[in-house]
Design a protein around this ligand. Structure first.
Ligand SMILES: Cc1cc2nc3c(=O)[nH]c(=O)nc-3n(C[C@H](O)[C@H](O)[C@H](O)COP(=O)(O)OP(=O)(O)OC[C@H]3O[C@@H](n4cnc5c(N)ncnc54)[C@H](O)[C@@H]3O)c2cc1C
Length: 414
């Protein structure tokens, strides 16, 4: 039997980031992951995420940005347009006086950098290849029975176990969810023309195709959201025919494309837990919400959840209070639920606004996009949302903060 202050279930980007944020505090932490430990990733870019400025600031605070930045692609421009119409909107980093609009990172490389940094933390104990058999909550602690036979007792349990959260299901926390009727087809392609550090997204009536620049100026990662039957047909096409289909869907914006990776299909569902806290258990990131990837915000939102939770726990400790205080957990829930709801609504409006091929709505969308592109104020607000500079941000990611020199902002350590 092992006693600790906090157990984190799930070593994805959210769970590992939270462990690293909490590491400088006087706490004992257990991290439980059913899969193996992150290994140095090959430069394959299988699953990528667009990190926004707020997440970049968080990783800089944690000291992992220098290692990560060797393996990612910064994008300077963003172009969004509607297929077969004049609707188009563009954003540029120099226009915004920014170093970049965002960064395309491989998910495994993010996990690897976080895990490497975590190995310097003596108070964080990791259990890999460890599934959970049972969770039970008592007055003083929450007990986790692992299938390795170990029993972990902690004052607080954080569920960072992803969109299909086992913890959320075991506790029967109510969930609002719907099927987006889309599968995301993800792969890497070689492009004849250089991508010029530009992230592109073209909206078709049945879903968007995103072309995300990779470090090789002639490679892009695509996220093509299409109805399930079409995604399966596209996955089954011979490589040459598939490449022709993507070239056509991209309107040859990068010239002819050539398949350079495996094709993965990921069913897309909106999930939103109506309750994020139950007793000593709290949900974060995809365990609490999962959204359509069309604006590349899911991981960014989850990273803000864990930064917020770490901030509140740190404040508790500074006031000599417990890290499992119900009032603090209720505050976390109020704070982050409201941020997640705003983003879910924005995503839904965005998705519905761009789907469908009927003539009149299409014309209105095209006019709307053109006006938006020319309207500085609205465009600026859209940009702030994409950069992650909007809303009630955790202190450590607010704009203007200088990166801490150590692994984390040591001023918060006790
Ligand atoms: C196609 C696609 C494209 C996307 N693009 C972007 C993007 O550009 N930008 C962006 O910000 N977001 C993007 N996202 C969203 C992003 O990938 C997720 O929000 C993010 O990876 C979630 O991280 P997480 O740590 O919460 O969950 P996960 O990454 O799912 O990690 C959960 C971890 O918990 C472990 N686990 C699960 N069950 C158990 C258990 N019972 N016991 C122990 N461990 C367990 C899992 O093995 C896993 O390691 C995209 C999503 C999709 C589908």
């Amino acid at each position: 039997m092992q006693h600790c202050d906090i157990t984190i279930v799930g070593a994805g980007s959210a769970g590992l980031t939270l462990a690293l944020l909490l590491a400088p505090l006087k706490l004992t932490i257990q991290l439980v992951e059913k899969g193996p430990a992150p290994e140095p990733a090959k430069a394959e870019f299988k699953r990528v995420s667009a990190l926004n400025l707020a997440s970049q600031r968080l990783f800089a605070q944690l000291g992992i940005w220098p290692g990560l930045s060797e393996q990612l692609a910064a994008y300077q421009q963003m172009e969004v347009w509607q297929a077969d119409s004049f609707g188009r909107i563009g954003f540029s980093a120099p226009e915004q006086q920014l170093p970049a609009l965002g960064w395309i990172c491989d998910n495994e490389q993010i996990r690897q950098q976080l895990y490497q940094a975590l190995q310097q933390a003596p108070n964080v104990h990791c259990h890999f290849n460890a599934g959970i058999q049972r969770i039970s909550q008592g007055e003083q602690n929450v007990a986790l029975q692992l299938d390795t036979g170990e029993l972990l007792l902690s004052r607080l349990l954080v569920a960072a176990d992803g969109a299909n959260s086992y913890v959320r299901e075991q506790l029967q926390l109510p969930l609002t969810h719907w099927d987006y009727q889309h599968h995301a087809l993800v792969t890497t392609l070689h492009c004849q023309q250089a991508h010029q550090a530009t992230a592109r997204q073209v909206f078709w009536p049945d879903g968007p195709l995103a072309l995300l620049p990779l470090p090789d100026s002639h490679q892009v990662s695509i996220v093509w959201s299409v109805p399930p039957a079409r995604s399966e047909a596209l996955q089954a096409l011979p490589a040459v025919d598939f490449a022709k289909a993507v070239t056509a869907a991209s309107q040859s914006v990068l010239g002819p494309l050539k398949l350079a990776g495996d094709r993965q299909l990921i069913p897309l569902r909106m999930r939103y837990a109506n309750q994020w806290v139950q007793g000593r258990v709290v949900l974060v990131a995809d365990a609490a919400h999962s959204i359509h990837p069309l604006a590349g915000q899911g991981m960014n939102l989850g990273l803000m959840d864990v930064a917020a939770l770490a901030e509140l726990i740190s404040e508790q400790l500074q006031q000599q209070l417990e890290p499992d205080c119900p009032r603090m957990l209720a505050r976390y829930q109020r704070w982050r639920k409201s941020e997640a709801q705003s983003l879910i609504l924005a995503m839904e409006a965005f998705k519905r606004g761009f789907s469908g091929g009927a003539m009149l709505p299409k014309l209105l969308r095209s006019v709307g996009m053109k006006l938006l592109d020319q309207h500085g104020g609205l465009k600026q607000r859209m940009m702030a949302l994409a950069l992650g500079n909007q809303g009630d941000l955790p202190k450590c990611v607010r704009p203007g903060l200088r990166p801490a020199s150590g692994a984390v902002d040591q001023s918060r350590a006790l």
